[in-house]
Design a protein around this ligand. Structure first.
Ligand SMILES: Cc1ncc(COP(=O)(O)O)c(C=O)c1O
Length: 393
């Protein structure tokens, strides 16, 4: 089925989310719902002879179920789960060596920027930030020792959209790997591996789990060498999720397609409302024709989630009044849950982005980020309207 104007989606997505990796035959009881295997260790018949698992940091049956399902949703051969989205990012960066360089988009989740600037640089791995929508800037940033291009699309919080295929063409001519953070869209709306990416990175904490009760991350890939390195790093860095959390994320994936359709419908309704509101300066939503990469979004994606950002008229005072007046929508960090959340990136999720970078990007104090949830869109719109009125008082 195709959402208005977007690429048609794969009709087997829901079937794969429900069945792939879940085969009852692999458990002696033939249970339909995969068991939560909490055991940290497994009996060996003689030293180093065991049935698939020896120690749960290296591999765990419940984690395997989730990883297979994640791989299938991205049309990937391999999936790996990590203890958080940032844990997944850390693992990908550990594919690089001291002295290497990578190129990253300049508008990224603030925690990713903090990790790149405050920790990765200490490892003598350097990063150059570029506007991911400007291919000349990307090409100009590539050096002889560039090993990776890090894309987040749509970006957090400005919702800029990068052309994944084009960037992969540029990178692959120089044997550079491309990783795409697909947290905002999930494989339901965007499958970067099919556009040429080498790795897809997720904060599963967000839409993939969708219930705001688990921190987890993942990487999917079709590249066997990359997979083997990431699997080795998963065990060696120890950034692994608990089997109980894997069970819950696996369960959440069964409704991903239904949740994402509803997030999209609500997000579009809210985006259109905000666009027409006299107290709103500008709305960033890639599924609305006013967005600068609207055409690219339709060509590259199967839809858009509930992520929106917008500039409220006024400054910090008005933005704070707006956030405090919200009644249905909650002022909180994070995104992708069933409940709607609002936040002010310059003070909250992106406070660790250097001020001059925030200024350059337009990450100003009147920018509000919304994660539109699954409540009734009429209630959300009423709430936004009354809070906007309150902001101007
Ligand atoms: C786009 C994006 N990537 C990665 C992360 C990090 O994920 P986690 O909080 O699960 O470590 C976040 C967190 O907000 C995010 O928004």
């Amino acid at each position: 089925m195709s959402a208005a104007g977007f690429l048609p989606n794969d009709s087997s997505f829901a079937t794969r989310a429900i069945h792939d990796g879940q085969d009852p035959e692999k458990w002696s009881s033939h249970c339909m719902i995969p068991p939560i295997v909490m055991s940290t260790t497994f009996k060996q018949s003689e030293p180093c002879v065991f049935k698939g698992y020896d120690y749960s940091r290296s591999g765990n049956p419940t984690r395997d179920v989730l990883e297979s399902c994640l791989a299938s949703l991205d049309d990937a051969k391999y999936g790996l789960a990590y203890a958080s989205g940032l844990g997944a990012t850390t693992t990908v960066i550990h594919l690089l060596n001291a002295g290497d360089h990578f190129v990253a988009m300049d508008d990224l989740y603030g925690g990713t920027v903090r990790y790149f600037n405050k920790i990765v640089k200490r490892m003598n791995i350097n990063v150059t930030y570029v506007d991911g929508t400007d291919h000349n800037e990307i090409e100009a940033a590539i050096r002889d020792n560039t090993k990776l291009i890090w894309i987040e699309t749509p970006t957090n919080p400005l919702l800029k959209v990068a052309d994944i295929k084009k960037i992969c063409d540029i990178a692959h001519k120089k044997n550079i790997l491309v990783a795409v953070d697909n947290t905002f869209l999930t494989p339901y709306f965007q499958r970067p591996l099919n556009l040429g990416a080498d790795m897809v990175v997720y904060s599963l904490t967000k839409y993939m789990n969708g219930h705001s009760d688990i921190i987890m991350g993942a990487v999917t890939t079709n590249n066997q060498e990359v997979y083997e390195n990431l699997k080795f790093l998963q065990k060696s860095l120890g950034i692994v999720p608990s089997p109980f959390d894997c069970y819950l994320v696996n369960r959440s994936l069964k409704t991903l397609h239904i949740r994402m359709k509803e997030h999209m419908a609500n997000g579009l309704a809210v985006g259109k409302f905000l666009e027409s509101h006299p107290l709103v300066e500008k709305v960033n939503h890639p599924g609305l024709p006013a967005h600068p990469q609207y055409e690219l979004t339709l060509r590259q994606c199967h839809g858009h989630s509930g992520m929106i950002s917008f500039y409220i008229k006024g400054g910090l005072k008005e933005a704070k009044r707006f956030l405090s007046a919200l009644k249905v929508i909650t002022l909180a960090e994070s995104l992708g849950g069933f409940e709607s959340l609002a936040e002010i990136p310059s003070l909250m999720t992106h406070a660790s982005v250097p001020p001059e970078q925030r200024e350059k990007l337009g990450l100003t104090d009147n920018l509000i980020r919304l994660s539109v949830g699954l409540e009734s869109s009429e209630d959300l719109i009423k709430d936004l309207d009354q809070a906007l009125q309150a902001s101007a008082k």
